[in-house]
Design a protein around this ligand. Structure first.
Ligand code: COA
Length: 213
């Protein structure tokens, strides 16, 4: 694999991910250059530490303000860490897609072959779950989300899936609007635990038709 190359890469990108939001706090996005193209690559085993840092940071940036610190800490500790992301990277049913601009992380997505949750009114034969889709703070509204979604759709087609499902916090209005724009519609709800806080998630589904879109 790309172990040797990736070792240097890995250390750099961990730092880059960690710097993500520091830049965001000081960046005037109206003056920043919007890249015409994001480079999307698949996660490899050497990315575990980088993805743990990126996952933790982007989740925290997105939701810390709306959750109790103790719930947030419990969720982050249970979900992100090199060991956890190593296992996810090794899972043949799972794939990480990482968006980069000039070698720096702009966001990531994770897909996982998994059935739609019980109680949902559709029963597709070959569904895939979009488990995570996160743009780094400074790339929100600047193309990383759409680039990752395009890549997720292409990858899901390549895996011959008949549709993509996901669940999104019903208070995450921006993400829900984004998913609707990309052809997702509501097929149910499910509870989602952040620490001890039981939240309500919308379950959304997007069929994948034969023709490219
Ligand atoms: C989800 C995400 C990847 C989408 O990427 P994005 O760059 O925001 O996507 P876009 O800007 O193309 O689309 C967002 C839409 O929401 C709209 N929007 C922005 N703020 C909004 C708000 N407060 N209320 C409603 N809509 C809002 C935008 O105007 C845009 O719609 P438009 O294109 O019709 O104007 C990105 O927002 C993100 O990383 N969010 C934080 C992490 C997250 O919530 N992930 C999803 C977990 S389920």
């Amino acid at each position: 694999m790309r172990k040797t190359v990736n070792q240097g890469y890995k250390q750099d990108t961990v730092l880059q991910a960690a710097r993500c939001s520091q830049k965001a706090d000081t960046m005037d996005s109206s003056k920043a250059q919007i890249p015409s193209e994001f480079h999307i690559r698949k996660g490899v085993p050497g990315d575990a530490r980088f993805l743990a840092t990126l996952g933790r940071k982007t989740f925290s940036d997105s939701f810390a303000a709306d959750n109790r610190p103790e719930d947030m800490a419990a969720y982050l500790d249970a979900s992100f860490g090199p060991g956890k992301q190593s296992l996810e990277l090794a899972d043949p049913l799972s794939v990480f897609l990482i968006a980069e601009v000039r070698g720096r992380a702009a966001g990531y997505a994770r897909l996982l072959k998994s059935p739609v949750p019980p109680g949902i009114r559709i029963r597709p034969e070959r569904p895939i779950q979009l488990v995570r889709l996160y743009a780094c703070r400074q790339w929100i509204g600047r193309g990383a989300g759409p680039a990752l979604m395009r890549a997720c759709i292409a990858e899901s087609r390549k895996r011959r899936c008949d549709g993509i499902w996901l669940s999104a916090w019903d208070r995450n209005i921006r993400a829900i609007r984004f998913y609707r724009k990309w052809g997702f519609s509501r097929v149910g709800t499910r509870p989602f635990l952040v620490g001890n806080d039981r939240q309500n998630d919308l379950v959304l589904w997007r069929p994948l038709l034969a023709a490219p879109q």
